[in-house]
Design a protein around this ligand. Structure first.
Ligand SMILES: Cc1cc2nc3c(=O)[nH]c(=O)nc-3n(C[C@H](O)[C@H](O)[C@H](O)COP(=O)(O)OP(=O)(O)OC[C@H]3O[C@@H](n4cnc5c(N)ncnc54)[C@H](O)[C@@H]3O)c2cc1C
Length: 399
């Protein structure tokens, strides 16, 4: 087992850290207050090519591995969860899905422009009646000549109002259950497609979240990703990558709490000494540090398996569950350490607290991750298809 990062991995982490501190952090609080997606920051991210981090160079990406991508994601989320959402959606949910399932023509057309931000993607799976129950898709795809007419509604779609292209999941025949679900790449300028931003969110306020409406939206059959009926498999494989970036982002949020709290705790004086010298405050910081290290190892293990091309649904679910919980606990304690000042948006920990909650809701709730993990442990349903998941790997490591 090698715990060292390569020079490339260290370089991208350093580059991203400096970029995040210079370009994202100074504006994060104001963007959150204004509930505005910051196009200036986005354009700088596009220019750096960060969105193509794990995409092969032949498709316009930087050609880094998943470890580098995870480290980069962590660095963004250390200062701003809203900005990290752009990475998770564009890179993990959309570009990597097109890379895995797209035809050569689709990849050549879409990926280079997704890496530069000329095309922005969104991932349209959730519907009013299909969140955790993702197989219950009501959006219909009706074949009409050489195209399909898509009709239905999606909710809670990150980047939905800023996207140029949407991955839309729709059923060709509801009676087929999940086997009827089919995935389409929809140009959002197509007549019949519209999006509406959702207002009043608890967190991720500087990230767009929208409802999508499809009204007999005509999509050429060649825009189908995979084959008819592949949609559910495509969605689940996309979530393997999406959950990975959520886990890495959650570790970044924990690191952000540690950074903020360790500075503040050595400045704020009570009872004649910095609060960082009070044992109960130290205990909260120690928990954050231990959770941060453990979460980082979990997402890096998933990254290692992804680099090897090994199925990693279980390991990614474990990372997503643990890191999401760790982020909520860390943000809760960070507000506590800041006392009354933590209760206002004068300090970033208030934003971290609000931004943390979604980490155990989207891309499969905390409860759904627990179902995946428990069913695997009990032998009811192996998350990786066979009994080759974490317990076996860990047992091997202990020998
Ligand atoms: C800010 C934000 C951004 C999002 N971005 C996207 C996006 O880009 N694309 C997209 O497709 N979706 C997106 N989502 C949707 C998100 O993935 C769903 O909200 C999530 O999957 C939960 O679905 P739901 O809201 O319908 O809750 P429900 O499925 O109704 O669940 C409600 C509660 O019941 C629990 N529950 C449900 N079923 C079970 C069960 N079988 N066992 C135990 N507990 C259960 C859940 O864990 C949860 O606590 C986003 C959501 C948010 C809030």
């Amino acid at each position: 087992m090698d715990f060292d990062f390569t020079p490339d991995q260290l370089a991208i982490r350093k580059h991203m850290r400096e970029f995040a501190d210079r370009e994202i952090a100074p504006k994060a609080q104001a963007n959150d207050r204004a509930c505005e997606f910051d196009w200036d920051i986005a354009k700088k991210i596009f220019k750096e090519g960060f969105l193509g981090c794990p995409i092969p160079e032949e498709y316009g990406g930087l050609g880094y591995d998943y470890i580098a991508y995870g480290l980069m994601t962590e660095e963004v989320n250390r200062v701003c969860s809203s900005t990290r959402t752009l990475f998770s959606v564009q890179t993990s949910l959309v570009a990597l899905t097109i890379l895995k399932w797209g035809t050569e023509e689709q990849k050549r057309h879409l990926l280079p422009k997704m890496c530069t931000g000329e095309f922005i993607g969104c991932f349209g799976l959730t519907e009013p009646e299909a969140g955790s129950d993702a197989a219950n898709q009501q959006t219909r795809a009706v074949k009409d000549g050489d195209s399909y007419l898509l009709s239905g509604q999606k909710v809670w779609i990150s980047c939905g109002s800023i996207a140029t292209h949407a991955l839309v999941f729709a059923t060709v025949d509801p009676s087929l259950g999940h086997k009827g679900i089919t995935c389409f790449v929809v140009d959002t300028k197509t007549p019949g497609f519209s999006a509406q931003s959702i207002k009043g969110k608890l967190g991720l306020r500087a990230s767009d979240t929208s409802s999508l409406f499809l009204d007999e939206c005509r999509v050429p059959a060649e825009n189908m990703l995979g084959k008819v009926g592949d949609g559910f498999k495509i969605a689940m494989s996309a979530l393997d990558n999406g959950r990975f970036s959520v886990a890495a982002g959650a570790v970044g949020l924990v690191q952000g709490c540690i950074d903020q709290c360790s500075t503040y705790a050595m400045q704020r004086i009570t009872m004649g000494k910095p609060i960082g010298e009070h044992q109960q405050v130290q205990a909260m910081i120690a928990d954050m540090v231990a959770d941060c290290e453990a979460g980082r190892l979990l997402y890096l293990r998933a990254a290692h398996l992804k680099n090897k091309g090994v199925r990693n649904t279980l390991e990614t679910s474990i990372a997503k569950l643990f890191c999401g919980e760790a982020a909520n606990k860390a943000a809760h304690n960070a507000v506590q350490i800041f006392g009354g000042y933590g209760y206002s948006d004068e300090y970033p920990v208030e934003r971290y607290f609000r931004d943390a909650k979604v980490l155990n809701i989207y891309e499969g709730t905390r409860e759904i991750q627990k179902i995946i993990i428990a069913q695997d442990a009990l032998g009811i349903r192996y998350a990786n298809g066979t009994k080759t998941g974490a317990p076996t790997a860990l047992a091997g490591a202990c020998v």
